[in-house]
Design a protein around this ligand. Sequence first.
Ligand SMILES: Cc1cc2nc3c(=O)[nH]c(=O)nc-3n(C[C@H](O)[C@H](O)[C@H](O)COP(=O)(O)O)c2cc1C
Length: 196
Amino acid sequence: MDKKRIIVGISGASGMPLALELLRQLQGRREQIETHLLYTDGAVQTLRKETGQKPEQLEKMADYVHDNHNIGAAPASGSFRTDGMIVVPCSMKTVAGIVSGYSDDLLLRAADVTLKECRRLVLVTRECPLSSIHLRNMYELSRMGAVILPPVLSFYNHPDSLDCCVKHITGKILDLFGLEGEDYHRWEGMDEDFCM
Ligand SMILES: Cc1cc2nc3c(=O)[nH]c(=O)nc-3n(C[C@H](O)[C@H](O)[C@H](O)COP(=O)(O)O)c2cc1C
């Protein structure tokens, strides 16, 4: 069986634990999935601020790492076949770059290619609150075929830690690639007792 090939882009929005958890879960399925990691300069800053980690620690979790300034790397071309791309977390600057086709780094180019090849593009967009510019850009991207998956809290699964919340979002991302997330609790319907 051929491996799935997934591009993971990390940009400088808040939410580095989401990127780390996604990479960890993908790494645990190396026999099934090949990962290609790209990260922006902004991501390096946010990673340090939020987790105290260096990019080398991210890099160890991926099969291939591409320099975000190398616009000639494999993910820059549509002939490099992939099963899609996840940008997690996805900053509003990166959203703006993708929606306008302004592909001046590898992450933006790879997202542009993913859209033009009609492949799965999942954007874990993060900002709070959202301005009209952010909302308009995300709406346009959704119309273009991207999946907008902001890391929104869920309470029906009774999370008792931040780790539960991170795993829930990770499960939602993986679900879009036909993969089952670890400790991902699906909604199984409401008990009849709850219904009025
Ligand atoms: C600690 C920290 C947290 C940030 N959080 C966000 C965020 O949640 N959303 C966002 O759009 N930008 C956020 N930013 C700003 C982006 O990092 C900045 O706009 C950067 O230029 C994005 O570039 P990139 O998309 O190429 O990584 C944050 C910056 C820092 C330092």
